[in-house]
Design a binder for this molecule. Structure first.
Ligand code: DLL
Length: 432
């Protein structure tokens, strides 16, 4: 089902023309309202009016996560705060998060994109949607929520956690759709099994999953365990949140990118060179219609391939393959984005530690587990008040990780010189 027939099936030539027009408008706007863009375009010796075609976009400089960090918190907003109606945030590359603002119209745009995504999964106002994406600063919960309301479905704003209660509501309220991270779906299935609940006996028929990488094997397992059709939803908070791209029921081989609102490019992450459509590379997004937080050539760090073959659903928008890789060292642990540099920032603030650490990511059942090995300094080790002092340091690490990053690793202090400089700092044993 196509939510916005006019725009989602626009012939490609007309779509390109619309993109160019919108690109020129957004460039003019950011050049005059956001100091960062004026500076970066001036430095690249480009004026907005010189961008006359989609190919010209390659002349524009990229914007990176580091730029977002340098302009923390509101330096990249293109409208005054009085026009902002919502703020979301996600983890930045070190201690501070990155903040995103939305105007009223941005919320409407985002709701429409989510409505399109839900319609692509075949949802209508007759569906009851169990939304187990987290509500709060994370864009998953509210993003899905507004889209669900827009199509007129009944939404259960469940948020994450509290699995036993989730299962009770799945049984009692009879939702027809579940939305969450794929690993949380599998975790719910494990909990259900322990409680003697057959997930296939629920009324669920469709699942919409995203916010972390998942592969075909996970999809097969979810579909088999729940007896549902599982579809992939993609997005990142910087660009808008969920609703940048969505798999359609008819195609199921790649996710349509809503190209009337975004331009997507793939680049070689090492050289920045734009790759021909169809080659694997880092996805770069430009927002065409966002008011509060427009992004021009944002390097997402996500690696994928664009699929240009027409889809039998009738949408003319290009597709991307599911995202399985990153071009940087970002990890997604239980749906939370983590950069090793954030962990480093936390550890360097704690006295008595060496900067050496190792992060071991694995799975216990469906859920991610995290072990953090940190070296104590010679001094701490030799003259600390014994085990008590070491326990205190361990507790502090755990508390800071929880407070700043929202994750609770299993912390282990190790003796000085145990971890070699050459040891990998991250060991990801999850197989995705
Ligand atoms: O994860 C937004 C979202 C919410 C998407 C709900 C889908 C559903 P962030 O927290 O900013 O936003 O994390 C964005 O998560 O750059 C990808 O690396 C990863 N990611 C998101 N969706 C998928 C997906 C939300 N379907 C980062 N497959 C992105 C693989 C995904 N990775």
């Amino acid at each position: 089902m196509i939510y916005n027939e006019e725009f989602e099936t626009l012939p490609r030539e007309a779509l390109r023309a619309l993109q160019v027009k919108r690109l020129q408008q957004v460039l003019e706007r950011v050049y005059h309202s956001v100091g960062f863009y004026k500076k970066s375009l001036d430095a690249a010796k480009i004026k907005p009016h010189e961008i006359k075609s989609i190919a010209d976009i390659g002349k524009l400089p990229f914007i990176t996560r580091q730029d977002l960090r340098d302009n923390y918190p509101f330096g990249l907003f293109a409208v005054p705060m009085s026009n902002i109606v919502r703020l979301h945030a996600s983890s930045g590359t070190s201690g501070r998060s990155t903040v995103f603002g939305y105007t009223k119209r941005d919320i409407e745009t985002w709701s429409e994109l989510m409505a399109r995504s839900l319609a692509a999964a075949g949802l209508t106002k007759n569906d009851i949607i169990h939304n187990a994406f987290g509500y709060g600063l994370f864009t998953g919960g509210l993003g899905l929520h507004y889209g669900a309301e827009k199509i007129g479905a009944s939404v259960i704003p469940m948020s994450g956690g509290n699995s036993k209660r989730q299962i009770m509501i799945l049984q009692d309220f009879g939702p027809t759709v579940i939305c969450c991270t794929p690993s949380y779906a599998l975790h719910l299935a494990e909990e259900g099994k322990a409680l003697g609940v057959d997930m296939k006996s629920l009324k669920l028929r469709v699942g919409i999953f995203g916010a972390e990488p998942w592969n075909k094997a996970m999809r097969d397992e979810i579909e088999k365990t729940f007896g549902i059709t599982a579809l992939d939803l993609f997005g990142l908070s910087e660009v808008i949140g969920p609703g940048i791209a969505m798999e359609c029921l008819e195609g199921r081989n790649g996710l349509h990118i809503f190209e009337d609102h975004f331009i997507v490019e793939t680049i070689n992450p090492k050289t920045g060179e734009v790759l021909p459509e169809g080659e694997e590379g880092e996805l770069v997004f430009t927002t065409l219609t966002k008011e509060a937080f427009p992004l021009i050539r944002y390097r997402s760090g996500d690696v994928s391939r664009l699929i240009t073959e027409p889809c039998r659903c009738g949408r003319t928008h290009i597709k991307m393959e599911r995202v399985l890789k990153r071009s940087d060292d970002m990890l997604i642990i239980r749906g939370v984005n983590i950069f090793p540099s954030q962990i480093e920032a936390i550890l360097t603030d704690i006295e008595g530690l060496e900067p050496q650490y190792q992060l071991i990511v694995d799975k216990a059942g469906a859920l991610d587990t995290l072990e953090l090995h940190v070296e104590v300094s010679d001094k701490t080790f030799s003259d600390s008040g014994g085990v008590k002092e070491l326990q205190k340091i361990e507790k502090r690490i755990l508390k800071d990780m929880k407070d700043y990053l929202g994750i609770a690793p299993n912390v282990k202090l190790v003796e000085p010189s145990t971890l070699k400089k050459t040891d990998a700092r991250i060991i990801d044993k999850r197989r995705i």
